[in-house]
Design a protein around this ligand. Sequence first.
Ligand code: UDP
Ligand code: MG
Length: 323
Amino acid sequence: MRNEEKVNSALKLAIVLPCFNEYESLGLAVSELYALLVEMADMGVLCRTSFLFFVDDGSTDETWSALVRLNEENSAIKGLKLSRNFGHQAALLAGLSAVTGLCDAAVSIDADLQQDPLAIKNFLDEFRKGADIVLGVRNDRDTDGWLKKLTASAFYSLMKTMGVNITPNHADYRLLSKRALDALALFPEPNNFLRATCHLLGYKISTVHFDVKERKFGQTKYTIKKMVKLALHGITSFSIIPLRMVASIGFLLFVCSMIMLLYALWQTLFVGTTVPGWASTIIPIYFIGGIQLICLGVVSEYIGQIYSTVKNRPRWICEDKLE
Ligand code: UDP
Ligand code: MG
């Protein structure tokens, strides 16, 4: 879609919502987002065929049956059911891939509606001004607990140190144009870390700030385990700096051991005062053993990435669909 067309014509928007056990949040998400679609259609910004697309990421509650009901009442509510819990990133990608070719732009947002949905209006303004990717950036972290704040800031500094290009405080609330969606389909990697992939597409990126509200229903579905997994995938699929660090540590230890070797030779051949010592034997063993295990762990993460890429298993499996 060319720029003049973006300004003059009503757009077909898809709003993609990954959900895992979000039965309680569905009512709010549908009423607020559908009202927004209708309001923007009345204003002539969106066309009336714009729709909400829910991805049920293997929920064990009533999420899917509620979506089936909502779809029967309103054809603007569509969705996809994954055969099991594939994780937020996979669910999001499944949704984006399902709406590719069916809309002029897609916005992804969490089903708990913690992210202010009104920011979608600003996303569309940026889209009309020519941006293909609009990233929602949260204004503050007041609604997060201390652990989430700490892990989030550690995550962004780690990503920066590792040379991964991501926008701080942007999660997965974003708009992607039709051509950005098409480009995203060219990244078939198993652990696609969308926040960084967006920066690889090369299309114009814009940002919009928004407020985050408290979760109204249920609890966070992002456990610490899921957050650590996401961070590890983010680093290992976008940076080889940890591997370089391993090589540097190896080199440093080699230099140290050469110095120790020369020292030992000197003591034996010229000084002759070699005293067998327990501490000086055991400390380097623990130290070097520990470093070797850490290095092995880093290398294993990358081998794990290669392993899952080579197996080329499906990133998600669709069990049911609501058209
Ligand atoms: N989610 C998902 N699969 C998962 C975990 C989470 O689809 O395995 C969805 C969840 O239903 C929500 C979004 O991802 O719509 C963000 O999760 P959540 O709100 O729990 O994360 P938080 O806001 O606490 O970081
Ligand atoms: Mg949330």
